[in-house]
Design a protein around this ligand. Structure first.
Ligand SMILES: Cc1ncc(COP(=O)(O)O)c(C=O)c1O
Length: 424
């Protein structure tokens, strides 16, 4: 058992026998986490990709405090409230999807999207069984989300409980990738053959698969996917839990990719990363199939904390910040680019890639590839010694900082990365 693990805590994604003891954090200020020792650490992955505007943001803190003094929670089945309505109006305008269904996190936002898609077909009297998903996908840790995600070490104990999914290759690409056209063609052919079976929905992470290794695809590929999905009559689900709210350089990755999903799952940056909340956006055409006299048409799904007013207030305040300064996310790619270009020639770097606020590359290392490759933890440790918090995904190293990170802090991250690579 790790020496300093708290006797009453069970941390996520952690093997307690071998993990380094967690460090106690006492505060957050902008891009910095402040440890109990007083030492700052640049949070270069936005605390699992959620912290959008930085830690301790005064406008977000004030919005939550004001709302807490007014109304902290109310059952959302018989009541409604202004922060939820305001958020629904704003997100329908921004996503082009008229209806908002609340849940609690990214996994539940995906679960709801899947349930809506399946029931949409049932409600119309023509149930369709098949769901199509992509290789390498990660959609969360609840059962439905696990089922559509790539099957791996994490999902193995539950394999017999996961519903079957048709799987299509994800043509991940990077700078100067000579094989991309062929990879996309293969993926589209696989999609075509999968769609010969009547399909309820196709689910994808637009532009960027996150946990699957910061694997980026070209917009044109997604447009070709959408054409095929439309032709098949299936619904298109965009899991924008990570990519939403500017992460990919536009409000939503779907928008940047030029696709129009029927359902969209959002979480993480939704509340500026302050409070747990998920939403599933749905088109009016999807919503309409759930309206009628027959109780069986109802979406019988809900969560205790549906539309929690504190979460809604944080989300509205976060949208204010994004609207006041869209350049913060629109121009982030230009901030990364010269640094990543400089690193791209390093002997330990291959497949450099960049979308919006997310810069990534693969480590050139010996041994097994994948999540358990030891090179990632080594890079993590060395970067930490230089004041930067990273969390590589196996041999995939990435930076995904909060929008507020200063140029000096960003430079510091890349310097620490170079030092780690030199020492590998
Ligand atoms: C694309 C995507 N979907 C869903 C999830 C699950 O979100 P949560 O961890 O909030 O359940 C994640 C989490 O990383 C994600 O990246």
């Amino acid at each position: 058992m790790a020496v300093d693990l708290h006797p009453n805590l069970w941390p996520p994604f952690t093997q307690m026998a071998s993990a380094a003891p967690p460090q106690r954090v006492t505060a957050g200020e902008g891009a910095l986490l402040i440890r109990e020792s007083g030492e700052p650490l640049i949070d270069a992955i936005s605390s699992w990709w959620v912290t959008l505007h930085g830690h301790g943001h005064p406008q977000l803190a004030a919005a939550i405090a004001d709302q807490a003094a007014q109304l902290e929670q109310v059952i959302f089945a018989d009541f409604t409230h202004a922060p939820a309505e305001q958020l629904a109006v704003r997100l329908s305008e921004l996503t082009g999807l008229q209806r908002l269904f609340f849940s609690d996190n990214g996994s539940t936002a995906v679960e709801v999207a899947l349930k809506i898609a399946c029931q949409w077909w049932v409600n119309q009297g023509q149930p369709r069984q098949q769901i199509v998903a992509f290789e390498g996908a990660y959609h969360g840790d609840t059962f439905g989300a696990m089922a559509v995600g790539e099957r791996n070490l994490f999902s193995a104990p539950f394999e017999d409980k996961l519903f079957p999914v048709a799987r299509v290759p994800w043509p991940a690409t990077w700078w100067d990738d000579p094989h991309i056209a062929k990879k996309e063609e293969t993926a589209l052919q696989s999609l075509d053959s999968s769609l010969e079976t009547p399909t309820a929905a196709v689910i994808l992470e637009p532009l960027l698969q996150g946990a699957g290794g910061m694997a980026m695809v070209r917009p044109r590929f997604l447009q070709q996917v959408e054409e095929r999905v439309r032709a098949s009559g299936a619904l298109l689900i965009a899991d924008e839990v990570l990519t939403g709210f500017g992460r990919c350089g536009d409000w939503f990755a779907s928008r940047r990719a030029g696709i129009r999903p029927d359902l969209m799952a959002l979480s993480k940056g939704l509340t500026g990363g302050c409070l747990p909340m998920g939403v599933t956006m749905a088109s009016e055409a999807v919503f309409n199939a759930f309206v009628g006299d027959d109780p069986a048409l109802t979406l019988w799904h809900g969560h205790s904390f549906t539309a929690n007013p504190l979460g809604c207030a944080a989300a509205n305040a976060s949208l204010n910040l994004l609207e006041e300064n869209p350049a913060a996310f629109q121009s982030f790619e230009q901030r990364h680019r010269p640094h990543l270009e400089a690193l791209a020639g390093h002997r330990r770097v291959e497949h450099p890639r960049l979308t919006g606020t997310v810069a990534a590359f693969d480590l050139v290392v010996e041994g097994t590839s994948g999540y358990l490759n030891p090179a990632g933890p080594t890079v993590k440790r060395i970067a930490m010694e230089h004041g930067v918090f990273l969390r590589p995904l196996g041999q995939v190293v990435y930076l995904l900082p909060p929008l507020c990170i200063t140029d000096t802090q960003l430079e510091h991250c890349y310097r620490a990365l170079r030092t780690a690579l030199d020492q590998l």
